[in-house]
Write a protein that binds this ligand. Structure first.
Ligand code: URA
Length: 442
């Protein structure tokens, strides 16, 4: 395989051989192919796309570019979960304890936030003492003991994705369906679960802006799973507004804990329960209604909350009393936002909220940036709720009075109002497998 020929081939929109892709990725990881040739090829893929067979071959090459785990040989009933990234998306912290409390072994490698989207590792690290860097032996020992572990991606797992993602981030080649699909699926396949549940976010606050694009990405990932011997179910969910009420790392952990106590927002609970149900159904080959009853029971009995605490404590996080939340840091300044008008809240711009929370220090613009775990926004009203002028509708949590004041202005601009109630939009648009798409008609 000559890299120049491979770039030329994709430039001319011709399909690659699987063996060429394998060799190209291996040579890149071994530093035989330089960044500029990989970047040129990535741009050609962005412009011309890839067939399903090529995308699967690329995924396999990336998944096997480093160490791989084989959870199936250790644990009979395991499942993994992944989100394509959104605003206020703390679903993992709700869904995976629910699934684990039903007996599913969940070994999850999560990412950090980048840009306006948050990441589970940053959220967890807002808990004092919690470690997310675990060696493979510790990772597997914790899984055996507590049935649940969430850690950062280890350096030796799918290193091709790590290198290619960093390059895509600075060469305007992130937004490509086959590249996103291969990136996500390579990590899931390297991490070893046989059953994978995906949450493909769709809307203003997500990479995929339309339901059609999101369904296509979901289908591509499900088909990669099928070709590589994994069972994948993907849900396409609404990211035109933030999920839940809290956006910002420690604030989102508190909201996830409240949700497992039955005191959280309905939309977060609904997505969490749906994804957990699918994990239980896949891991134990159970019908969805049976799996859903078990998940509801794990919520009502407090078993899922106890499972999350066991994981957090095992990873060094401070959570003294199950009846309380974990110990979480608090921002020094909290300011309220008052309703500017009487009427119904008809829109919460997820992208604008994601950006303003970044400006408060909760996200990073470069990978090496430090984040502030304390800051963010908590909405006091949900979409469709009616308010009177002067009602308190949100709080901004900030490092300083000046940053809080600036954020209040942006927050006010991100909200839309109307004298009439908005038409409800679906929370879950579709359930997608390699062979079926079911649209939610609620
Ligand atoms: N998340 C990933 O892991 N990879 C992408 O390419 C996009 C989102």
């Amino acid at each position: 395989m000559n890299p120049i020929d491979l770039i030329q081939e994709k430039k001319e929109n011709r399909a690659h051989l699987a063996s060429d892709l394998e060799e190209f990725v291996r040579a890149y990881v071994n530093h035989v192919i330089p960044d500029y040739q990989m970047a040129a090829w990535l741009m050609a893929v962005c412009l011309n796309g890839m067939t399903q067979a090529e995308t699967s071959a690329l995924t396999r090459a990336m998944a096997t570019s480093g160490a791989t785990l084989d959870l199936g040989s250790h644990f009979l009933h395991s499942a993994d979960k992944h989100s394509t990234g959104g605003v206020g998306d703390k679903t993992t912290l709700v869904a995976v304890p629910l699934a684990a409390a039903c007996g599913v072994k969940v070994a999850k490698m999560s990412g950090r936030g980048l840009g306006h989207t948050g990441g589970t590792i940053d959220k967890l690290e807002s808990i004092p003492g919690l470690r997310t860097t675990l060696g493979t032996a510790e990772f597997l020992a914790q899984l055996a003991e507590t049935g649940l572990v969430i850690a950062g991606q280890t350096a030796n797992l799918a290193p091709a994705d790590k290198m290619m993602y960093a390059l895509r981030d600075v060469t305007a080649t992130v937004a490509s369906e086959p590249l996103i699909a291969a990136s996500i699926m390579s990590k899931k396949i390297a991490a070893g679960a046989k059953h994978i549940v995906l949450d493909v976010k769709c809307g203003q606050g997500a990479f995929m802006k339309t339901v059609e694009e999101a369904v296509r990405l979901a289908q591509t990932m499900a088909e990669i799973g099928e070709r590589l011997g994994r069972q994948v179910v993907a849900y396409v969910t609404n990211m035109n507004r933030p999920l839940g009420r809290a956006v910002g790392n420690a604030l989102e952990v508190a909201e996830a804990v409240a949700t497992l106590k039955g005191e959280g927002p309905a939309d977060l609970l609904a997505v969490g329960v749906t994804l957990a149900t699918e994990m239980v159904s896949l891991a134990f080959a159970k019908p969805l209604p049976n799996a859903r009853s078990e998940v509801n029971e794990a919520l009502a009995s407090g078993a899922a909350l106890a499972r999350l605490r066991a994981m957090i404590v095992r990873q060094g996080g401070a959570w003294d009393d199950l009846a309380q939340a974990p110990r979480l840091p608090k921002a020094p300044v909290t300011l309220p936002l008052y309703a500017p008008t009487e009427g119904y809240l008809t829109g919460i711009d997820a992208l604008a909220i994601g950006r303003l929370v970044m400006s408060l220090g909760a996200g990073r613009t470069r990978k090496e940036d430090e984040i502030d775990p304390r800051t963010g926004v908590v909405m006091g009203v949900a979409l469709g709720e009616r308010v009177a002028v002067g009602d308190t509708i949100a709080h901004v949590h900030a490092r300083s009075e000046a940053e809080a004041q600036a954020a209040l202005h942006h927050l006010a601009d991100a909200l839309s109002w109307s004298p009439v109630p908005p038409r409800p939009t679906p929370l879950i648009y579709a359930r997608v497998t390699a062979t079926h798409i079911e649209y939610d008609n609620d």
